[in-house]
Design a protein around this ligand. Structure first.
Ligand code: UDP
Length: 478
């Protein structure tokens, strides 16, 4: 049997590492001819959490980890000016270590190297692949429409030469059905401190890859996927949804999890609205008060993951709240006892799978969207950071798969979403027989069909594997 190896290069940080490892596992479960080496860059600030790496290293011999040395991160000030530029520069400074690791750990073995799999921020490693004469694949953790946005950036930059502005007219971007208003653009597109230009460069580099792997399915993003049938765009492989259904990757406190699941067991079917805002979502006190009032006035039961901003301006992750009585409106906890539950980090996938959940107020991170579609739970959109505004726009306007709470909200902007807006959106979200709910249920079935034999993503992953194996049967590129 012909065998081959792949080298995966994830961006440092738990979210990217988790998605990359999920894909590695997905690939290995489908085809045992591969072995995978994952190159681990150190996190720039916080000590790297290696528990996920250790558990996979212990349980799966087909995945090998190579820990790269620490490099000096760019100055901290750059992080506050543009997270995107900071990460891009940090990853770039790993280039020589990555090249050396590939030579020493992959090219020196007898197993042929079928390609590098680099994630979103690691487009500079496509150059390393060129230098070594090895094919490269981008593993894109966002969705297909946003990938189309990134492809559009260099074209637009060539014409306009400057970042987007809040006062710009709507932008017609091929991967979106409707023109995008500036409020729906990701913050990086407006960033003058290097965020925008970093993404222009990533978008340009992606076009030199041998393939693009996206965690989506063609039935969900048919418009975006068909916008790629164009000369010069590498083959696109839609291989999702890849969902960590056992919640292994993001497990939190086990006792808290049991209490949450027990509480949900006691609630009527489809009666609870779940509020949860991703790994970096947090709110200041005035916003938490408005949310509490909005929820109470909606009259619906709720499970609400409340997290507070870290004290170091966002370098560390948000923290769970300890003094809820002081933060929330007076007597809110008493009045909502039995109707609502507040938690910290939530076992999100298990919660969305629970029959008591009827709706999800979400920050629209792409994993959260896929998880909620999988379980047929409609979303009310409340984007916060990264590309979540674009995701919210696509879900509400392009796909009719979500209720609009906000599309243009940006974390840290100082804007307040008032109680009335939350009340109205939650009432609309929880309607039993809404058009959105019907469409979400249909998409849920399609998402499950996509990944089983005969499904679109199953077939797409098969094509990817064929292409990768073909790399080791033909002479390597010059
Ligand atoms: N998540 C979770 N509990 C929480 C918050 C998030 O389990 O309290 C998980 C969620 O299920 C998803 C991931 O963390 O798998 C968040 O990914 P997403 O792409 O939605 O957002 P990000 O954190 O990257 O902004």
């Amino acid at each position: 049997m012909k065998r081959a190896q792949l080298v995966f290069i994830p961006t440092p940080g738990m979210g990217h590492l988790a998605s990359t490892l999920a894909f590695a596992k997905h690939l290995l479960d489908r085809d045992d001819r591969f072995s995978i080496t994952v190159l681990i860059m150190k996190a720039a600030f916080a000590p790297t959490n290696h528990s996920l790496v250790q558990s996979i290293a212990a349980s799966d011999t087909r995945v090998r980890f190579v820990h790269l040395p620490q490099v000096d991160p760019p100055p901290k000030e750059l992080f506050f000016k543009s997270v995107e530029k900071f990460i891009t520069e940090y990853v770039e400074s790993y280039r020589s270590h990555v090249k050396e690791a590939i030579i020493n750990h992959a090219l020196s073995t007898s197993l042929p190297l079928a390609g590098l799999v680099v994630d979103l921020f690691c487009s500079s490693m496509i150059d390393v692949a060129h230098e070594l004469g090895v094919p490269s694949y981008v593993f894109f953790t966002g969705n297909a429409a946003f990938f189309g946005f990134m492809l559009y950036l260099p074209t637009r930059h060539h014409q306009v030469g400057i970042e987007f502005r809040e006062t710009d007219p709507e932008s017609a971007i091929p991967s979106y059905v409707n023109p995008l208003p500036p409020g729906a653009l990701p913050s990086l597109a407006l960033n003058k401190e290097g965020g925008y230009i970093s993404f222009v460069n990533h978008g340009r580099k992606y076009q030199e890859a041998d393939g693009i792997i996206i965690n989506t399915f063609s039935e969900l993003e048919s418009h975006a996927v068909s916008s790629f049938f164009n000369d010069g765009i590498p083959p696109i492989y839609t291989v999702g949804p890849m969902i960590d259904l056992k919640g292994k990757t993001h497990s939190g406190d086990n006792q808290a999890k049991q209490e949450i699941m027990k509480w949900l067991d006691d609630q009527p079917p489809s009666s609870v609205v779940f509020l949860c805002f991703g790994s970096r979502g947090s709110f200041v006190e005035p916003q938490l008060k408005e949310t509490a009032l909005g929820l109470e006035r909606s009259g619906h039961r709720f499970l609400w993951s409340v997290r507070l901003p870290s004290r170091d301006d966002g370098l560390a992750k948000p923290t769970d709240a300890e003094n809820l009585e002081e933060i929330l409106p007076p007597a809110f906890l008493e009045r909502t006892r039995g109707i609502g539950m507040i938690c910290g980090w939530a076992p999100q996938v298990e919660v969305l799978a629970h029959k008591a959940i009827g709706g999800f107020v979400s920050h629209c991170g792409w994993n959260s969207i896929l998880e909620s579609l999988w379980h047929g739970v409609p979303i009310a959109t409340w984007p916060l950071y990264a590309e979540q505004q674009t995701n919210a726009f696509q879900m509400v306007r392009d796909l009719g798969l979500a209720v609009e709470l906000k599309i243009n909200y940006r974390l840290g902007s100082g804007a307040l979403v008032i109680a009335e807006e939350i009340e109205k959106a939650v009432k609309c979200l929880m309607e039993g027989d809404s058009e959105v709910r019907k469409r979400v249920k249909e998409m849920s079935e399609k998402s499950r069909e996509a990944v089983i034999e005969g499904g679109s993503s199953y077939a797409s992953l098969g094509r990817l594997i064929e292409a990768m194996m073909a790399n080791v049967t033909v002479p390597a590129r010059k």
